[in-house]
Every structure is written in C-alpha cells, then in structure tokens.
Design a protein around this ligand. Sequence first.
Ligand code: ADP
Length: 576
Amino acid sequence: MSIKTKLRLGIGLLFLMILLLSTVGISNINALKSDTENILVDNYNSLEYGKNMIAALDLMQQEQDGITAFEKNLNLQEQNVTEKGEGQATEQIAQRLAMLKANPQDTQLHLLIRKDIFRLMELNMNAIERKSNVANQTARTGNTWIVISSTLCFLVAMTLLVNLPGNIANPIKELTASIKEIAAKNYSQRVNYRSKNEFGELADSFNTMAEKLEEYNNSNLSKILTEKMRIETLINNMHEPVIGLDENRTILFINNEAIKISGLRPEEIMGRTAQDIAENNDLVRSLVNDLPQHENTEVLSSVPLKIYADNKESYFEKEIVNITIKPTGEKDKKLIGHVIILKNITPFKELDFAKTNFIATVSHELKTPIASIKMSLLLLENQNTGHINPEQQQLIESIKEDSNRLLKITGELLNMSQVETGNIQLSIQQSDPAQILEYAVEAVKVQAEQKQISLHVDKEENLPEVKADTEKTAWVLINFLTNAIRYSQQSGQIHIAIQQHENGVQFSVKDEGQGIDSRYRAKIFNRYFQVPGSAKTGTGLGLAISKEFIEAQGGHIGVNSEIGMGSTFFFKLPKA
Ligand code: ADP
C-alpha cells in the first residue's frame, strides 16, 4: 500500500472515529435531557400543584378564601395529567371540591380531599422515581456507548501512533544511513526494503545507483592499482634514491636505492614517521631536518650530502619536492606530502676534485715562471742592460700588462681551488671597517685615475668594529672596485660607502655603468659566470670567490642593479 493511501486511510479512520464519538455523545446527552425534561414537566409540576392545593385547603379550613387558589391549581393539574390513574385522582378531587363548596364545614370532606391530593402526589412521586430509573438507565447505556467508541478511537489512534511514524520514518532512516555509507565510499551498501510503496521504489533506485557506483569504483580501483604498481616499479628501478612522505611525515614509499644507502630494512621504515627513524639514523635525520612547512618552499641543498655506502664514499644532492593538491571544491592548495630525491653527483664531484687539484697545481706552478718573467722585465727596463728603443719599450709594456693579468688570474685560480677544497684559512679578528676601506681605495686609485674616474667615499661616523679577515675582506672590496672601474664609462663616478646596518656594517660600491640584466643578477655569483656580451677580460671567478669569502665570515653578499642604471654591490659583516 502506498504511503499516501496509508496516510489517507489513517487520518480518515481517525476522522470517522471522532464523528462516531461525537454522535454517540450528543445523542446520549439528548436522551438524558428529554428524560429529565419529562420528569420536570410531567411530574414536578403536578407535585407543585398538589402542594399548592393543600395550602389552599388549609386556608379554606381556617375559613379564609382559598377556594380560588385551589381551583386555579386544580385547573392546571387537569391540563397536566400524564400518569396512569392521575386523571381519575384529579377527577375525584374535582368532585369532592364541588361537594366541599356545597358544604364548606364538612371536615370529613377536607380529610378526603387531602387524601386524594396525597394520592395524586404519590402517583407523581412514583412516576419520578420510575423516570429517574429510566434516566439512569439511559445514562448507563450512554456511558457504555461512549466507552466503546472511545476505546475504539483509542485503539485506532494507538495503532496509528505506533505504526504510522515508524512506517514513514524507518525507511527514511535506513535510506539516510545507506546514503551516508555511500558518501563514505562504502559502495557495497544496499537498502533491504521490500515494499510496493514509494519507499520501495526509492530503495530500488538507490540500490541501482549504489550498484553502478560500485561497478565504476571497482573498474577505477583496478586501474589505479595497476597505475600504482607501475609507478612503484618505476620508482624502484630509478638509480637515484627516492623517499615519499605524507603530510605527517610518515614514510609512504622508499625505493631500493634509498634503502641501500640508508642501511635500514624496508620493514623498519614503512609506515613509520621520518622523525621516528631519524632518532637512530643520521642519514634520515639529515634528509628530513629541513623539510619545508609550506607548499611554496622547495629545497635544493647547496651542500652535497656525503654518504658512505657500498664501501665507497658517494655524494648526493638533496632535492625536496612538495606535493600539493587543490581539493575538490576548495580554492587553496594543500600540502599533502614531500618527495625527497637524492641525485648521485659522485662522478661530477670526482671530476671537480680532479679539476680543482689540477688548477691548484697549475696555478701554483705558473706563479714562479710568471714571477721570473716580471723580474726579467724589470731588468730589461733597467738602462744598464742596454738601450731600448720605443718599439721595444712598447712591447715590454704589453708583456708587463699580460704578465700582471696572468698573475692575477693564477692568484684567483689558486684562491678558488682553496675555496673548493675547503682549504681557505681565515684569520678572523676585530677589524676597523674604515681601515679596510682605505686600503682597498688606495689599491685601485691608479686604475681609477687612468680612466679619470672619481672615487667618492662616504664613511658613517662611530662605526663599530667588525669580525673579519682584513685581507680577504679587502680583496672582496678591491674586486668590487675593479669591476666597478672596468664596467664604468670614462670619467664616471664611483661611490663607496660604509654604514651601520642592523647588527653589523655594510660595505657598498655603487657605479654608473651599464647595470646587470635581472635575468643574470642571481647568476653572477656563480663560478665562471660572465654576463653575455660583457668584456671577456676577467675569469668569472671574482664574485664567486667574494661570496665564499664573505659567507665564510658569517656575512651576506648581494647586488642591486637595473640595466642602464648602474649597479650597487654590497656585503654585510657582523659586529665584533
Ligand atoms: P669577472 O672576472 O668576469 O669580472 P666577476 O665574478 O667579478 O668576474 O663578475 C662576473 C660578471 O658579473 C662579469 O662578467 C660582469 O658581466 C658582471 N659584473 C660584475 N661587476 C659588474 C658591474 N659593476 N657592472 C656590470 N656588470 C658587472
């Protein structure tokens, strides 16, 4: 039966019951009313007349005028004869009254009339009693009917009360629970509701939908599983160690290479958090110690990791890739994990070492012959060794310039190789920034004059001392200044400034040269990098060495430059 019909029947039945109950109630009340009305009209009035007649009789006995009142009440009684024998009794009173009228002093008649009135009253009293019994009976019957129909109403209402809400709510509840299960991806959920009503139809549609979803999900799941296996195989076959973490840093996957270098067993790793493993494993600790907290920061380690595995030392470059997703319906990206990739750079590192050693040896070896060339040039210039004509003098000058350049290049190469092999020896001490500045300016004065470049020095008063290696810092400042002179126009201006900056002192060199394109600004501190199109006289090492020197002293180096607007190179050193 449909829910609609059920509701109609239920409410209709209740309506009928209410109708029945009110009909029974009203008809019983009406029956009772007519019973009591009968008593009042038929008998109570006769009693009243009887009582009045006795009073009138009493007056007549005392020889007063009661006859009119008597006759009035007798008339009324004659019109209200309702009981059996009442007519006869009234008749007898009328006859005796006629006799009394003829003989008013007849006490015997008085007594007889009184007796007749009493009989009349007794008749009516008996009728009242009988009618009251009838009314009682009517009331009892009414009660019984009301009780029967109320019980029926109660039973019907109770049945509806117990069954109807459940009939409607239970399937809704069951359906809601099933829909929640489906929403929680439990696609095997079905609704077992076998009924021909609307809910039955709804349950059937729901089951069809769930079945289709299950089918779709299963086909997708197997596809996803195959894809997962493919990716796992791919990651496992990669020659580079790869570790995957979720957002809570629990290890999701780790390939064979990573297992090999970590020295751990797979069962010791899977499902545990990286911090947990890091407590007892140095490699994992160094891998996870700088995991970014935000999705926008990617980490590419600048210092390679040195790992001893397979009886040899290997070098790895760590790269942390953040895995972010945009959940459906949301606007912001969410970090859901990281992939740590270690690039094996051992062969490059070995080549680099070989190159550095080679450079160090060559530049060291070249220093002595260059020094002797310079010495020979000095001797040549001396007039005592013979006369030199102007052409020869020009040649000597050019050899001098080239040998100076050669000496500079070998010096830089030696510095570089020292930096690369980690052999720079810094003698950091309390130094006066003004002194470093003066020394550097003095060293480039002649070079600047040759190009008619004016050097403007701006020294802030009461500068604190800095923690620095005076020689290396001066070298950096000279490098800035020679670059500024080299890249400035003839008769340009260079501003050199030292000023207090946060917790230290900032040195800056500002030129009015061509400036540096934003594309190259970050690269100029890389080794051997030269801005394309710039004068090829340098080595591309000066700024790289400067960076190493400054950072080794706990400082910071940088540049502000716009193309065509000149450049400002600066470094900051901490206060002593
Ligand atoms: P180099 O020996 O070639 O000067 P550096 O490391 O000192 O090597 O500089 C790297 C590159 O940065 C240079 O080739 C040049 O293109 C650019 N550069 C350095 N200083 C300046 C400057 N003051 N103005 C413009 N470009 C500069």
